[in-house]
Design a protein around this ligand. Structure first.
Ligand code: PXL
Length: 280
């Protein structure tokens, strides 16, 4: 069984970060080691929340793993609560990443052109540094613009604009890039990807729902890295991730307050299992 280490927070309510990554990766048949960076009463889009920083624990936990000779096939990072935590993750990688370990970074920074509550304006530059050494990065459009220091626009992109953003993102250093939340038509949304080693672009679009749901980026990233560990190509893994996220959204459409509470990926698991059992 492949073993992944995922480093992100626990938001007690509002399914995202570890409360999405752990169940999804486990359901995909991947041994999931968690390293919680902080415990919050909810994610930061709630009006008010507690934030208990676990920075001090991270090094103590890593110390034990060092003694025990623990190794990982992949490391997946998501929401990191501070600049210091980005540096600590880099230190961990220097120690636990071997040439075979896939580093998958979801540079969680914001959405709809804005940084998430609690992040300072200089935080993106530190997340960008982490992305430089990644094998795969999966920013949304807001995060890509923040990392590249270019203005964000809600819509009006041509394919050539997105190709240029992908190119610039890969020049940061990551070998493969998936840009999420890409839309060229009012009724459609999806992703575009770029594989620098083959100089190849790929894309995938589907119907866009008018509703917005929190945590879908984490469902996407978790499924995508799970797919990679199951032996799928990045394009296949990202398509599976997009479809599963969509299926989870469909399962949530009638739920009250769902926007903040996260998508019902739980009821979409049978779909994920069916997809995993049929060849691509
Ligand atoms: O879904 C990304 C995310 C993860 N963790 C926390 C967040 C957010 C986005 O707002 O606040 C704590």
């Amino acid at each position: 069984m492949k073993r992944i280490l995922t480093i992100q927070d626990i938001s007690c309510i509002g399914k995202c970060s570890l409360t999405a990554a752990l169940p999804i990766l486990s359901a995909m048949g991947v041994e999931t080691v968690i390293l919680p960076t902080a415990v919050l009463s909810s994610h930061t889009a709630f009006d008010d929340y507690t934030f208990h920083d676990l920075t001090g624990e991270i090094q103590k936990i890593a110390e034990k793993w060092r003694e025990q000779g623990v190794a990982f096939d992949a490391v997946y990072t998501g929401y990191l609560g501070s600049i210091e935590q980005v540096s600590i993750v880099e230190e961990l990688l220097a120690e636990f990443r071997t040439p075979e370990t896939c580093l998958f970074v979801d540079p969680v920074l914001g959405d709809f052109g804005r940084l998430y509550s609690g992040f300072s304006e200089d935080f993106p530059q530190h997340m960008t540094r982490l992305c430089r050494s990644a094998d795969v990065i999966v920013p949304n459009l807001t995060e890509a613009c923040r990392m590249l220091g270019i203005p964000y626009a809600e819509k009006g992109y041509q394919e050539s604009d997105i190709r240029s953003i992908l190119q610039k993102l890969s020049e940061l250093g990551a070998k493969q890039v998936i840009l999420t939340g890409v839309s060229f038509a009012e009724s459609e949304v999806g992703f575009m990807g770029y594989d620098a080693s083959r100089n190849q672009y790929f894309s995938y679009f589907h119907r866009k729902f008018p509703q917005q749901f929190h945590g879908t980026g984490d469902v996407f990233a978790s499924t995508c890295v799970g797919g990679l560990l199951r032996g799928l190509s990045l394009e296949q893994a990202a398509r599976l991730a997009e479809d599963f996220t969509l299926e989870s959204i469909r399962a949530t459409l009638d739920a009250p307050d769902a926007r903040w509470y996260g998508v019902h990926y739980e009821t979409a698991f049978p779909y994920l299992f069916r997809r995993l059992s049929s060849p691509f």
